[in-house]
Design a protein around this ligand. Structure first.
Ligand SMILES: [Zn+2]
Length: 566
């Protein structure tokens, strides 16, 4: 999904242990217990996981209350099994016995147990505490759903707010609408703060410092290392971001008739400055208005040896009443039943979205070998699958890619240059925004009683280079719904982007033997082969950092990303 949490993604995949001895496989009692646990788990949990996927799919297609209820019930049935504390105690013992065993245990078996351990750990919450957390989270989500910005007594929907922020040239009008859109923060602030404390209570019961540390642990990430990576990224992107920001500010200031120093948060094209404002005249929309997006996707993916006909056949791709307006890809059964939900209209946004979602679809049980056991037969990590989806998505803004797809582009040089700038700006703007999200959430869970209003704007000023509103003291952070319903998650998008840049560079170097800046995959089946072998095949057998080394020869780092900004 594009910057949206998919509830389908099971995040329980990480290990704290470093090495698994490789070599000869010899059965030890711990191994037998592990195998038995796995076969019991699979017998019980596999049908429940499939039922959750199907119910999720159905609810999003129909939008009906009864289907949403069925989805919640299916999820509760699965959670109840994973929450079983005696099963968890047994699993914990097996995990310890495997790591303490003098004999070499089968690597795959150790990994399967590790993945299950984290999947169960996440659900080991005191039922009363869980009830309170769900109640608070639901209260906040409901408040978001019913909230409408009110300007001069008139209510505005979210899309009306966004439209106005894209189009209005009137600073006072923009300010009024922006402030009204932020007022949801004040409406949810108290519940959100309580939710944060309850989440911390949960984390401490599981022996973690706070909820942020726990969430990262459940995703095989250490807070310290993620912060190091973000520091490195900040260092590499600071100057190019400054340059891009100055270019954007000059254009916006001119449009609004203010001086650049007087630009405030409401002058950007979306409520959080996470998207690139449209400052260039040229656009890809007129090109895509005349194109069959689905046909391009079919031909492109078939051309690189990763055909998607079966996915298309099972998918639900066009708008209809009651259906979710978003887009996502879901692997129903880890047996190749992979589907995409979308609402295609012929424009650049949906070309990018379809390349993105179908990018998820090729990195699924459709292409992960059946020889990988059920527990590990899924994408390695949320960041690796988002990375692959983003790697393909980038081509929607490439005039050269369109030409190779047989689409004639008028004024190819101008649009090519515009597309290149749009991609670069988007990477820099999104990167700065993710810095704010990661650091804010980390500090908020560390100390929920600090001055969060101020912390938010301190970070926005430092990383996004946006001047805070003068004299305002309001919980503007609380108007970002992800802080409620996708906590400690956002940084994975940026890490996914780094992964995408590294894999793209590896494809350019090893398969296409060309400069990454000009590397197109069109019609080259070796690209698909490379991805299968280097990224898809291991499933979850490797941890995300091991997979990054396996695929690119390096740890996840910001160099390829920074090189791509030139
Ligand atoms: Zn995605």
């Amino acid at each position: 999904m594009r910057q949206l949490l998919s509830g389908m993604v099971l995040l329980g995949i990480m290990t704290s242990r470093n090495s698994v001895l490789s070599g000869g496989v010899e059965d030890v009692p711990a191994s037998s217990r592990a195998r038995q646990f796995l076969s019991e788990h699979e017998a019980k949990v596999r049908p429940l996981e499939k039922a959750v996927s199907l119910a999720w799919w159905q609810a999003n297609i129909s939008g009906k209350d009864e289907d949403f209820k069925a989805k919640e019930e299916a999820q509760n049935r699965l959670d109840a099994v994973l929450a079983d504390s005696s099963r968890f105690a047994e699993l914990k013992k097996i995990r310890e016995a495997l790591s303490g065993s003098a004999k070499k245990a089968d690597e795959t078996l150790v990994r399967e147990i590790e993945v299950l351990y984290l999947q169960y750990l996440e659900k080991q919450v005191d039922p009363e505490l869980l009830r309170k957390m769900n109640e608070k989270a639901n209260a906040v989500e409901k408040a978001f759903n019913v909230y409408r910005a009110k300007v001069a007594g008139k209510e505005m929907t979210d899309s009306e707010v966004r439209k106005l922020l894209k189009e209005s040239k009137n600073s006072e009008e923009r300010r009024a609408v922006w402030e009204a859109s932020k007022a949801v923060g004040a409406a949810v602030e108290a519940d959100l703060k309580e939710l944060v404390k309850l989440r911390n209570e949960e984390a401490r019961k599981l022996d973690f410092k706070d909820f942020h540390v726990l969430q990262l642990y459940l995703n095989e990430q250490s807070q310290e290392k993620v912060l190091q990576l973000f520091d490195e990224l900040h260092e590499l992107t600071r100057k190019p971001f400054q340059a891009v920001k100055a270019e954007i500010d000059a254009k916006l200031a001119k449009d609004y008739g203010v001086s650049p120093e007087n630009l405030r948060p409401w002058h950007y094209n979306d409520p959080f400055f996470q998207e690139s404002p449209a400052i260039y005249g040229a656009s890809f929309d007129p090109v895509y208005a005349k194109v069959d997006i689905l046909k391009l996707c079919r031909e492109f993916y078939a051309g690189i040896g990763l055909p998607i006909e079966d996915v298309i056949a099972r998918s639900d791709l066009y708008e209809k009443e009651g259906k979710s307006p978003h887009a996502f890809c879901t692997d129903i059964d880890r047996e190749g039943d992979v589907r995409v939900l979308a609402n295609i209209v012929p424009n650049e946004y949906w070309m990018g979205t379809m390349l993105h979602e179908l990018g998820h679809s090729v990195y699924s049980s459709k292409n992960i070998p059946r020889s990988v056991p059920y527990v590990l037969r899924a994408e390695c990590h949320i960041l690796t699958t988002e990375g692959m989806a983003m790697m393909f998505e980038q081509f929607s803004k490439s005039a050269d890619w369109l030409e190779k797809m047989g689409v004639h582009v008028e004024d190819r040089v101008t649009l090519g240059e515009t597309g290149r700038k749009m991609r670069r700006n988007q990477l820099l703007i999104f990167s700065a925004w993710c810095q704010v999200m990661l650091r804010f959430e980390k500090s908020m869970y560390e100390d929920p009683d600090r001055d969060l209003n101020r912390l938010w704007w301190d970070l926005v000023e430092k990383y996004q280079l946006i001047h805070r509103p003068d004299g305002r003291n309001a919980p503007d952070y609380a108007s970002k719904i992800h802080i409620v319903n996708a906590p400690a998650y956002y940084h994975n998008y940026l890490m996914g982007q780094l992964f995408a840049s590294q894999v793209h560079q590896a494809i350019a170097r090893e398969v296409l033997k060309t400069d990454p800046a000009n590397a197109l995959y069109n019609g080259n089946k070796d690209v698909g082969e490379f991805l299968k072998k280097k990224v898809f095949d291991p499933g979850r057998s490797l941890r995300w950092n091991e997979l990054t080394r396996h695929a690119t020869g390096e740890d996840l780092n910001a160099k390829a990303f920074a090189a791509g900004l030139k």
